[in-house]
Structure formats: C-alpha cells, structure tokens
Design a protein around this ligand. Structure first.
Ligand SMILES: *Cc1c(COP(=O)(O)O)cnc(C)c1O
Length: 455
C-alpha cells in the first residue's frame, strides 16, 4: 500500500501505529510490512481514508453504524449528557435517568415478556454476563449442577474468555487454552459449506437435531442454556435453512434449558425487524445486544432478560456482577437518541418494506457471476461464496477472498472476507442508489478477482 501513499501524514500515522499500537485481530508482522489504511472521516454510508479516497462502507463499520455516519443528534445527545452528568455508577443502589429511561425504551421494542436490561460495555461483556447469569439463575432454582452451555462451531460471541469459549472458532480456541470447561459445541447450520449431498431443508433439520443429540449426551440435568446468533455474522453471514429454527424451537420446548439469542448483530433493525429473533419467530430467554444499540457511536452492550428469569434473580440475593461502565450515562444517552432516530424515521420499517428487498434482489443478480457459488442474505446482511466450480462448490486452492477484499478497498467499497465468503452489512439508511453503487462495485471486484485467478 505504501507505494500508493501521497499524503506524508499517512506515513507518519502508519509509523506511529507500527511503533506503538497493537490493533485487535491483526497479524502484526504482516501489517508492519505494509502499514495500516488510515480512516479519517465519515458521512452517511461513506468513509474517507487519509489519502482522500471515498469508500462505500458496506460493513457499517463493524456491523454497527445502523443510522449511518454524521448524525449530529447523537453528537448533541452525548454533549448534553457529558455536561449534565458525565459519569456515575449504578452500583450500591443508585441509578441515573439515562440508564433507566434506556431500559424502558429497549423493553418497548423487545419481544413480549422481555422487560429488563443488564448493561455492559460491549457485546463480549454481554456474553460474559449471560454465562454468569444463567449459572446463577439455575443455582437460585436449586439446580447448581445445570452449568453447561451449548454453543455452535463457528459461532461468534466475542473475544473475552467467556465470549471465545461460547463461540466456536477453533483458531481463537487455539490461543489461550480455550474453551473453559462447561461449554459444548454442535454443528452450525451452514448448508453451503457443510451440507454435503443433503438438500438445504434436510440439512437444516439435521443441524438442529445435533442440539437434541448433545442434550441427551450431556444430560438435560446438567445443561443451563443453548446460545446462538439468529444469523451467524462473523462466521460468514450464515443464514440457516428455513427448517432450522422451527426444529430448534421444537427441541427447546421439550427440555428445561434456557435459550440465549446473541442479537449483537441482528438487533436494532438489521433483519428488517427490531431483533433477529422476531424475524424468525423465536422466543429467547436472554438476548445479548451491542453494536447497533448505539450505532457504534460510543461503546455499549447489554443483555435483555425475560421476566421469569428476573423473578428468579429477585430471590437470589446480590448478583455479584457488573462493570464500572454498566449503563454509562453518556452511552445510554446516545443509545436513547439512536433508538429515537430509528423509531421516528421509521428506519426499521423502511428496511423491511423497501431497501432490504431491493438490496437482496440486486444481490441475487451476482449469483450469475462465474466466481459466485451462492448469493444469500436477509434484510441488510448478505454473503457471496466464491468458488472455482459452481456445481461441486470446490474452492480455489489458497483462497481468493483476501484478494477480492483488496480489490474492493482499492475500488471504493468495503466488503469483508471470511475465508472465501464475501460479506456485507451496510448502514440501514443506505439508499437504493447507494445499493446500486454497492452492487456495481462488487461485480467489478469479482471481475478483477476472476481475472487474477485466470492469470
Ligand atoms: C461483535 C459480536 C460480539 C462481540 O461484541 P464486542 O462489542 O466486539 O465485544 C458478540 N456477539 C456477536 C454476535 C458479535 O457479532
């Protein structure tokens, strides 16, 4: 990248990064060999780098800038709150208006029977919270042996010890001797990658049945909960076959275990409903949230909790858990304003009725590209599977995803690569014209990637 650098400040910032910064999820040696791309500003659905390139942000930052960049109301909300009360904690029987008002605003949009929120600083902390909360819940109910949580291979629930353990990414497990004890994993409902000769509907049932198999293997009396993302995000926008969630619901109804729907990506409108669980008709007991909660303008996460669990927690004495920044007043004020914008501008309704159907229709056009084995998506998330052979789903040796991602960056589009799965999750406010631009650029980058592999 350095060869293209024309702004001397870019080189300075790259050097500062190399000399002093350890960024997340980064191969340091590889980064230092070329220097980071420096993002300096943003507006609407676009970001600019320090070289002045305008780039359509097909990932909404990291699945989070739902209302788009540059919303002055969010700046004002933060500023007002910082002047009034920049910080106070919620420990020791105190509260402040933003935290309780935000709890109510979330309860108003959450599924029926979920009326309380425990706040955290991030999605990872939200998943640490559910791990402790569900084990505490069963202990209060006199069943402390119900400790095991079942997650899924290739699920993502964050990067803390509990988050990585609940998630099913083997590369992450490999660093730091994880998962911790008491976590089990079952197959993911990833038909394109793992469906083999089964039809999608058949594979969806098979993948769901792995939950029942695991419950019987471990013993219902030892299982606290099942955790899953409605649609896996970081794993590669894995949209389960239509048979999957109905079969999971059927299994969950048979056993006395809690259901945790990790809504960190799907929450706050991504699917065209407020929560992914509503899109699928699921009724979880706990929902970790983050990302779209504040549209990423400031860090905040939380767990939305079903009434029955709250009633039990009420009988359990002190819950020895919380964070200095739980319900941080400035973050809560921004989240409140973000929810107000989503509601008053009817952004979620508009996604459902107009822009998501349009995005998905245009996205499907990419399925005819010679590199694309499958184009899929729901609402404002979508994926392309890059393959060598469309019929056999055979991949290119060595992969082409990173190459495609590089072409995208250079041609004004941020599209993320998960192996050879290209994914997007644009701001919910993306217009139809901007969707056209996104799809046109994506096709161009597929062409460039194909030209590379054809030599
Ligand atoms: C991003 C993400 C998390 C972790 O959130 P952080 O704020 O990065 O800690 C957890 N679950 C899902 C589904 C996510 O996408």
């Amino acid at each position: 990248m350095n060869s293209q650098v024309t702004n001397p400040q870019t080189l300075e910032w790259q050097a500062l990064g190399r000399d002093h910064h350890l960024p997340p999820f980064t191969d340091y040696k590889a980064l230092n060999a070329k220097g980071a791309r420096i993002i300096t500003k943003a507006e609407g659905v676009y970001v600019w780098d320090s070289e002045g390139n305008k780039i359509l942000d097909g990932m909404a930052g990291l699945w989070c800038v739902n209302v788009g960049y540059g919303r002055e109301e969010l700046v004002q909300a933060a500023t007002r709150q910082m002047r009034e009360l920049p910080f106070y904690n919620l420990f020791f029987q105190t509260a402040h208006p933003p935290a309780v008002e935000l709890s109510k605003a979330i309860a108003d949009i959450a599924p029926e029977g979920m009326n309380h929120v425990f706040f955290t600083g991030s999605g990872s902390e939200a998943n640490d919270t559910v791990l402790r909360m569900v084990r505490h819940y069963w202990a209060i109910k006199g069943q402390p042996q119900k400790k095991v949580i079942i997650g899924r291979w290739n699920g993502y629930h964050g990067s803390t010890v509990a988050g990585v353990s609940l998630g099913g990414m083997k590369a992450l497990h490999g660093q730091g001797d994880l998962p911790i004890p008491g976590i089990e994993h079952i197959a993911q409902p990833y038909w394109f990658g793992e469906g083999g000769d089964m039809a999608p509907a058949e594979f969806g049932v098979w993948a769901a049945e792995q939950l029942e198999k695991k419950i019987l293997e471990v013993g219902e009396d030892k299982i606290a909960a099942f955790i899953a993302e409605p649609i896996q995000g970081a794993g590669g926008v894995i949209v389960p076959p239509e048979t999957y969630w109905p079969k999971i619901r059927e299994i969950l109804a048979k056993y006395d275990i809690l259901f945790i729907a990790d809504e960190v990506i799907c929450g706050f409108g991504r699917t065209g409903e407020w929560f992914g669980s509503q899109y699928y008709g699921n009724a979880p007991d706990l929902m970790p949230i983050a990302k779209g909660l504040t549209s990423g303008y400031i860090p905040m996460g939380g767990v939305i909790v079903r009434d029955e669990i709250v009633h039990t927690l009420n009988e359990g004495g002190e819950f020895y858990h919380g964070f200095t920044y739980s319900g941080h007043p400035v973050a809560a004020a921004v989240a409140l304003e973000n929810i107000r914008i989503l509601r008053e501008e009817k952004i979620v309704e508009k996604v459902k009725a107009e822009t998501a159907p349009y995005l998905q229709q245009r996205w499907q056009e990419l399925a005819d590209h010679p590199l694309v084995g499958e184009a899929r998506g729901v609402g404002m998330v979508a994926a392309l599977e890059l393959v060598k052979n469309k019929q056999t789903r055979e991949r290119y040796a060595g992969g082409v995803g990173m190459q495609c991602r590089e072409h995208c960056f250079r041609n004004g589009l941020i599209m993320r690569a998960v192996g050879d799965t290209m994914i997007i999750s644009p701001p919910l406010v993306i217009s139809k014209d901007e969707v056209d631009e996104l799809v046109t650029k994506a096709r161009k980058c597929l062409d460039l990637t194909l030209a590379d592999v054809k030599g």
